[in-house]
Every structure is written in C-alpha cells, then in structure tokens.
Ligand binder design. Structure first.
Ligand SMILES: *Cc1c(COP(=O)(O)O)cnc(C)c1O
Length: 394
C-alpha cells in the first residue's frame, strides 16, 4: 500500500493548480433547470441539446422496453444472442443516417476505441485532427500503424500529411475528424477533408457526437449538412447527447458493420446497452423523424444567447453551432466566474480547463438547449454580464 502514496500528492497538486474537477450532485433529472443541494438552478452544462433526457416519450419508451425485454443483456451479443430491440435500433439508425447499416455499442467513447484499430493495421496509417476528442486520441493509440496529427481543421496540412503517409508506403490510410469540435463549437471542413482523402485514396471517419440532432436536415448530422452521403466511410455517433439517452454507434457500409461485428473488441468482449437504453434511443429517432421543431428551436435559442453575450462584450470564440464557449483564458478566473454564477445567480455553467482544453484557454462552455425558455437564456446572459463586470472581464 505504501507504493500508492503518490495518489494523495498527485490529487493535492491538481487542487493547487486549479485543475481539480469538483463534481456537482443532482437531486433529480437533467433538464433546463435542475436541483442541486435542494436549490433550483438554470442548467447550461449538459449536452442534452433537445431536452430529450427526461422527455416523456423517451421515458415511456424505456419503461416499455424494460417490461418487454427485462434489464440485463446477459452477456456479449456474439455469445448470449442479440435482442431484437438492438437490431431495430441499428436499422433505424442506418435509415436515419442514410447509410446501409449501423452497429450499436455501449457509448460513443467505446465506439471510437473499438473501431479505429479494426481499420488500421501495422502497415497502415491513421491521421487525426489535433483537437479530436479524447476517445479518438485513445482509439488512435490502440492502432498499430503509423500515427500522425494534422493542424486543427487545416486541410492543407492534412494534404501534406497524406502525401507523407503515401510516400512512406502506407497501405490503408484513415483520416479521422470530429464533426463538431465540442469545446469550440466549430464545424470540421468535412467537404474539403473528404476531397483531400479521395485524392490520396484514404478512408474518412467522422465523429458526429455533437452533430447528431443538431446539424443537417432534422438533425441527421454532419454528412447530411454537407451533402456527403456515400463519400464518408465511417460515421461514429453517440446517443448520450441530443438523443438524451446513452449509447454509441458506428454507421456505414454493410461490409464495415459486418467487419466490426467480427472484430471490434468492445462488441466481442463487453455486453450491450440495456433494453431501456435502446428503447429510449429508438424513441429519440422517432421524435427527430416526426418533426424538426426541436432542432429548429435549438438553433434559434443558440442564436439568441450568442447575440446577447456578444452585445455584452464577451469573447465567444469561433463557434458555428449552439455551443457557446465564453473564453476567459485563465483557469482560476474561469472557475471564479462559474462559482459566482452558481452561488449568486443560480446559473450552473461549468468552467473547463486543462486537459479538456489547452493551458491558458480556459473557458465556460455554455450549452444552450431547445428546452430553455427565452427567459432562461436572457437571465443567463444577464448573470454573465454582472459577474463579468464584477471581475473586470468586460
Ligand atoms: C461526447 C463525445 C464522445 C463520447 O460520447 P459518449 O457516448 O458520452 O461516450 C465521443 N466523441 C465526441 C466528439 C464527443 O463529444
């Protein structure tokens, strides 16, 4: 046990450097408002873009799936058998995304971890945007081939990197990008990334976690946003954000999905999501296919909030989506703004620092949802303005 004493000093160092994440404890569901320690707060932290996390149709669907299939999946699907509700989700996902097939996994994180190494062998190369999500970074680390990083959203740098990979004699080449970059809200130039990959006969994989339910017609995602159907080899998605539930998936050709069902280690060695999760995900697709109302409201709310923050004088970065990063730079300042919003104004908006964003680029990332009222948004912007003036940010 003496050997593990380093843990306490490492944890203390995180606290000293302002890098310790204090986690809030919610007394009820995720929604535009929530309760923490008995206090009602306005919630601007969650990826619950469309307010589906506690939507009655989602909750009812989860209960119905529980009644029909029970809770536990029993074992991995290749051994214990796959429940028809998982099949149904996968065919619904494929139809929603406009691809041949989809495979569901336990989370978006797991989908990235499980997919990349199945596509990149020892003689191959993987090329990744420098700001890609941690799950892509870890997935890339599991791949045996050559690994390179290109400058964020810089297609010229990507082309140079592709040229180097080809010159080095790489077999298959896989280019990976986030669709929407979660900490800045910018959209990957996927049309130009695909064109570059086509020039070098490379595969493209996009992680649509923040594009699902947000971008494209009725929230069909980034491939739909750019009209790139049939030109993106691998789409990874999550159902923990706009879909309001939990789970990840990969969408693409029938061959890709069949290959993953034989080779993706989280599919082979980890049990599937539970039936209520899966039922909830199917209901989320129903809601998105029924109407674009929620997606439209999300964008209108994003525009309203951003306009108010810009009018107040905040730097809200380069976001092209409802994600609104309030750029503060210093992590201690960001944490103090967040604390005052929480303690004095009942606004829950979390500071984000290293390692989630680079050192010196701390921010409060405000997550606007379709479920916020105009009054919620205006109160949040007014609270920011007051705290910003108190702390000399404005
Ligand atoms: C949130 C996120 C994930 C992880 O999704 P989970 O389903 O929560 O595991 C993966 N990739 C990106 C880009 C994300 O933003």
């Amino acid at each position: 046990m003496a050997a593990s004493h380093f843990l306490r000093s490492e944890i203390d160092a995180l606290r000293r450097e302002g890098l310790y994440n204090a986690i809030r404890h919610l007394d009820g569901p995720q929604g535009p408002t929530l309760t923490i320690d008995g206090r009602p707060l306005l919630n601007f932290c969650s990826n619950n873009y469309l307010g589906l996390a506690n939507h009655p149709r989602i909750v009812d669907a989860a209960k119905a799936a529980l009644d029909r299939y029970g809770l536990g999946p029993g074992a991995v699907r290749t051994i214990a058998g796959t429940m028809t509700i998982h099949d149904e989700l996968e065919s619904r996902l494929a139809a929603f995304k406009g691809v041949e097939a989809a495979i569901s996994l336990q989370s978006g994180f797991v989908a990235n971890i499980g997919t990349i190494a199945t596509l990149v062998g020892a003689d191959d190369a993987v090329i990744s945007d420098e700001l890609n999500h941690a799950s892509i970074v870890d997935g890339v680390r599991l791949a045996k081939g050559a690994r390179s990083i290109y400058r964020h959203a810089d297609v010229e740098d990507l082309r140079r990197t592709l040229r180097k990979a080809r010159d080095a004699g790489a077999g298959r080449v896989l280019v990976i990008t986030d669709g929407v970059f979660s900490m800045d809200g910018d959209i990957a130039p996927l049309d130009r990334i695909v064109a570059a990959a086509e020039d070098f006969d490379a595969m493209v994989m996009v992680d649509d976690a923040h594009g699902e339910g947000v971008l494209g017609r009725g929230g069909r995602g980034i491939v739909d946003h750019f009209g790139l159907h049939g030109r993106v080899d691998v789409e990874v998605g999550t159902m923990s954000k706009a879909f309001g539930a939990i789970g990840g998936y990969v969408a693409g050709s029938r061959d890709l999905i069949e290959w993953l069902s034989q080779r993706a280690r989280p599919f082979l060695f980890s049990s599937a999501a539970t039936p209520p999760d899966v039922g909830a995900c199917i209901a989320a697709i129903d809601i998105l296919e029924d109407s674009t109302d929620l997606v439209d409201r999300l964008w209108a709310n994003g525009a309203r909030f951003k306009a108010a923050m810009q009018a107040a004088g905040f730097d809200i970065g380069e976001s092209q989506t409802p994600i609104t990063p309030v750029m503060l730079g210093d992590v201690t300042l960001a944490r103090e703004v967040s604390r005052r919003l929480f303690d004095h104004h009942g606004v829950f908006a979390q500071a984000i620092g290293f390692p989630t964003v680079p050192h010196g680029k701390a921010r409060i990332r405000v997550m606007v949802s379709a479920a916020h009222s105009h009054d919620d948004l205006d109160r949040c912007a007014a609270a920011f303005a007051e705290v910003g003036r108190e702390l000399g940010v404005l």
